[in-house]
Write a protein that binds this ligand. Sequence first.
Ligand SMILES: [Zn+2]
Length: 69
Amino acid sequence: MSILGTVKEVFQASNQATTTDESKGAYWCHDCQERVRDVDVKGESTPDCPSCGESMEFERSTGTAGCAC
Ligand SMILES: [Zn+2]
């Protein structure tokens, strides 16, 4: 069980940077460079940019999807 404990500590320590949690990607506003992780969005719908109010664009995490072509 010590391994699980260590992994959990790593997740908590790098909570802002990790791409290995529940997040599948993030929503972006390319005009404002605003970024909102999908796990921080309530509900299923695309959020609006907090700066300009435009619909944000979903972008999959490069950590799991690789090339998005
Ligand atoms: Zn914006």
